[in-house]
Every structure is written in structure tokens, then in C-alpha cells.
Design a protein around this ligand. Structure first.
Ligand code: PLP
Length: 478
């Protein structure tokens, strides 16, 4: 048996259609029917084409596909990176120091040292991550690197001495270190586990976050599960915001998990809204402090999609003990982070209200791109069914960087290959799952932030065409 997420759509907030998830237990490869938005059901005439009509439509679509392939398009909806226009919003970073390199505490940002980050950046990061400066560390340009460092440290060196190393426990007990991976999820989190031979256990995602019954049951049964990857707000890739109930249960996990368990709380999209009244995320640090599980939580963020993606600043919040251990381990590879960049960021970003104003600028640039993706899906696919099954379902995110599309089971790889051959690159099918194995082969991540609206429109025309073509060919057994 495999767990499968069936999606149904309902109209919620006027700005959004939200995917409502129900967990079903289905026999292997049994197809759950992706439902279609209620608002756009189409005529029955189109819904139930007979074989002859399907063949005619397939021929028509193949001809359209041939024509589009001849255009030799070169479009890319693969990675969620900011566009040049977004990057330009932060170009004032360049030269902002104007020869004044002194930090708030009088130290010289040009010199060695300061492994925890400069004081003003720690204060800022603490506000961003909703904790205190003493529980915050500011690093270099990549939160992913800091996460990798946390995992490496706990795995090889131990969070409180060599005896506590996950690897030491695994070799003592003859077992393997494991991580829970809510899926679909962020492929680079999964790469960290793969690189360290940490076994990944997929966990079902629901509209409220990971299925906590599953998470708790797995943790109770296996003390070698040493971590869980979470993107709690505008989750990469399904845009889910964890509910208060899920966050509250997360904060309790340290009490049922094995020793030295870590929740990797990657809040990469905390301020990356696409709606006027953004949802709020409960404060896991406050909840875990109250529960006595602060050591089990590592909260991560960065300015990668706020200022310059390749030259931002990253931060981590956790207990003082965890940060001290991380500082010790980081200190082996560096004498300190790029404090000049931290200082530049503080002079530029100033405070949270200035940061939020900057994020409104990002939203202005991103919104038409997301609208263009959603409009193409609505007009091209909503309500269309083949043999009574919808051609797909998709998310309408309230923030973050992705739209997630689900084809009928067994078609994601085919659609991605069809679009690639027609000059439109998409994230490889399966990338959003541990070991790149989507059990239903239905998940496709669409990342519209980088290309222009014109290019997105062209790419989405190809995408919609390929989804319909692949679905009809499947129905015809081709
Ligand atoms: N975490 C998530 C969930 C992401 O989607 C990304 C980038 O796409 C990152 C981390 C990378 O962040 P950074 O640039 O700070 O390493």
C-alpha cells in the first residue's frame, strides 16, 4: 500500500483557490482522480469524448505540437531564482558603506572574526526569525550551506560531543540515520541527505503541513530518525502554510523522538507574499521553548530572494547551546563570515518595515508572472476532462516562488519530456520527491519568477498543449 494525496479544490479567500488535501490509502498505482476547480466546470460535450473524437483531437494536438516545435523556442521554467528586475531593486547595496566600515559595536567589519555575525545583523535576523539576538547567528551568502553545516555537524561530530554524533549512534546500534521528508519538498534538502547517505522517509503533505499523525507514529517507532525537513511558509513547491495546530505538534516532537533529533525549519519564504492579507505562521521557537524542546529546533532564513540571490546574508536561530556548537564547527573552516556584506545589508535593509516595503516591490514584479501561469492553466485546462478525469490540478499560492501542477498519474515525466523537446525546460519530473521518485509520477513544479511575462505565456501555451496531448494519448493507450 502507498499513501496518496487526493486533491479537491474549493473556493476560499477571494484572492485564492486553495487545494484541499485528503489522505487516502490506495493500493499501488491506483489512480486518484484530480478534481477540477468548481468555478470552471466545462460542458459535458467536451468531457466525454468517444474514441473517435479523442483520436481526432490527438491528431490536431500533434499537429500543433509539430508547429510549435518548429519555432525552436528556448524557454526555461526550472529554477526559482529572482529576475534581473528584482535584483536591481537592491543595487543600492553597492557602495552603500562609503568607506565607513565600522559596526555598531565599533568593530571593523573588514577584519577577521565575528563568527556569530555582526551585532546589528544578529538583531535584525532575530526580528526576522522572531527570537532574540543571543539565539541568532548570521553567516555568509547561503542558508543552504548553513543547513548543510548543521546536518554535517550533528552527523559526524555530534551536537554535544562525539558520543552524540548521529553516525556514532548508527554504528553502535547497527542501524542507519534517517530523516523525515515531507513530500513534495525542496530537492536540495533531499540532496543533503543523499550526500551523507541519510535514509529519507517520505511523509504526506496536507493542506496544513506534513501529516502529523504519520510524523509522530514514525518518530515513536524509530529513534534513528534524526531530523525532518520543513519549509513551513509557502512551502517549496506546494505553497502550503503550516497551520497553528501543526506547528504546535511540531514543537512537541522533541519529546517523542530519539536523541539529538532536529527539526530543520527552513523559513526561506517568510516575507515573500503574493496576497494583501498574508497568512501568519505560528512561532515554533516560542512554542518549543515553552515545551522544553528548543534544542530540537533549528530555524533558518536568508535574504537570497530579498536582496541579491548570490550575495545575500543567511541566518539561523536555535538554542544558545546549539549555536555555540555550530560556531565551534564553523570555526574549523572559517575565521568569520563576510561581515562587510552583513554591514552593507544592515545599512540597506534598515528594519523590518523597510524590508517589507522592498518585498512589496518584489510582489509587483512577481504577481503578473504568477497570474500569467494561472491564467494559462485556467483557460487551457480547467474543467477539461478525458474519460471523466480532469487533465490536472494546480495550486494558487499565496506567496513563495512556485506553482505546483499535478497531471493524471503516470504522466509528469512524459509531459516534461514533451515540453523539453518543444524548447521549454521544466524541473525534471520526480525532483520534488526523495530519491527523485514521485510514486504517482504526477508532480510538476512551475517556477515563473525569472522569465518575462511574454516568455511565460509562450512557455505555458506549450505546457498546456503537452498536458492535453499526453493525457489523450494515455487514454488512447499510445
Ligand atoms: N530553502 C528553500 C526552501 C529554497 O527554496 C531555497 C532556494 O530556492 C533555499 C533554501 C536556498 O537558500 P539560500 O540561497 O539562502 O541558500
Amino acid at each position: 500500500m502507498v499513501y496518496r494525496v487526493g486533491k479537491a479544490w474549493k473556493l476560499g479567500h477571494p484572492d485564492r483557490v486553495c487545494a484541499q488535501y485528503t489522505v487516502k490509502c490506495l493500493s499501488k498505482f491506483e489512480a486518484a482522480v484530480p478534481a477540477v476547480p468548481q468555478a470552471s466546470l466545462i460542458s459535458h460535450k467536451e468531457s466525454f469524448l468517444n474514441d473517435q473524437q479523442l483520436q481526432a483531437r490527438q491528431k490536431e494536438l500533434r499537429e500543433q505540437y509539430r508547429q510549435v516545435s518548429e519555432q525552436k523556442l528556448n524557454l526555461d521554467l526550472t529554477r526559482g531564482k529572482p529576475s534581473t528586475e528584482q535584483l536591481c531593486q537592491s543595487d543600492a547595496l553597492d557602495g552603500i558603506l562609503a568607506n565607513d566600515y565600522l559596526c555598531a559595536d565599533g568593530s571593523d567589519s573588514r577584519n577577521y572574526g565575528g563568527i556569530m555575525g555582526i551585532p546589528e545583523a544578529r538583531k535584525f535576523a532575530a526580528e526576522y526569525l522572531e527570537t532574540t539576538p543571543s539565539r541568532t547567528m548570521v553567516g555568509g551568502n547561503s542558508s543552504l550551506q548553513m543547513m548543510y553545516q548543521v546536518v554535517i555537524g550533528a552527523h559526524f561530530h555530534g551536537v554535544s560531543g562525539p558520543e552524540s554524533a548521529w553516525m556514532a549512534e548508527a554504528s553502535k546500534t547497527g542501524s542507519q540515520v534517517k530523516f523525515l521528508c515531507p513530500a513534495p519538498g525542496y530537492d536540495r534538502h533531499f540532496s543533503v541527505c543523499e550526500a551523507l547517505n541519510i535514509s529519507m522517509i517520505p511523509v504526506t503533505m496536507t493542506a496544513e503541513g506534513p501529516d502529523m499523525d504519520q510524523v509522530e507514529a514514525l518518530l515513536k517507532a524509530d529513534p534513528m530518525i534524526k531530523g525532518i525537513w520543513c519549509v513551513p511558509k509557502y512551502s517549496n513547491p506546494d505553497g502550503v502554510v503550516y497551520s497553528a495546530a501543526v506547528v504546535a505538534r511540531m514543537a512537541q516532537l522533541g519529546k517523542i523522538a530519539g536523541a539529538n533529533f532536529r527539526i530543520m525549519w527552513d523559513n526561506a519564504y517568510a516575507e515573500h507574499h503574493l496576497v494583501d492579507n498574508p497568512p501568519t505562521l505560528a512561532n515554533i521557537l516560542a512554542l518549543s521553548e515553552a515545551a522544553g524542546t528548543l534544542d530540537n529546533v533549528v530555524v533558518i532564513g536568508s535574504t537570497s530572494k530579498i536582496t541579491h540571490a548570490g550575495a545575500g546574508i543567511a541566518f539561523i536561530a536555535s538554542s544558545e547551546a546549539n549555536l555555540a556548537s555550530l560556531a565551534d564547527q564553523l570555526g574549523i573552516s572559517t575565521i568569520g563570515p563576510d561581515k562587510i556584506n552583513q554591514l552593507r545589508h544592515m545599512r540597506f535593509l534598515k528594519d523590518m518595515s523597510a524590508l517589507r516595503a522592498l518585498m512589496q516591490g518584489h510582489r509587483k514584479i512577481l504577481q503578473p508572472k504568477f497570474d500569467s501561469v494561472l491564467q494559462a492553466l485556467e483557460s487551457g485546462l480547467a474543467g477539461k476532462t478525458v474519460n471523466g478525469q480532469a487533465l490536472g490540478s494546480w495550486t494558487k499560492p499565496q506567496g513563495g516562488y512556485f506553482v505546483l501542477f499535478d497531471t493524471q498519474p503516470g504522466l509528469a515525466d512524459k509531459v516534461v519530456k514533451l515540453t523539453a523537446a518543444a524548447g521549454v525546460k521544466l524541473t525534471p519530473a520526480g525532483s520534488t520527491y526523495p530519491y527523485k521518485k514521485d510514486p504517482n509520477d504526477s508532480n510538476i513544479r512551475l517556477a515563473p519568477s525569472f522569465p518575462s511575462v511574454k516568455d511565460i505565456e509562450a512557455a505555458m501555451r506549450v505546457f498546456v498543449l503537452c498536458v492535453e496531448l499526453a493525457t489523450i494519448e494515455k487514454a488512447l493507450g499510445l
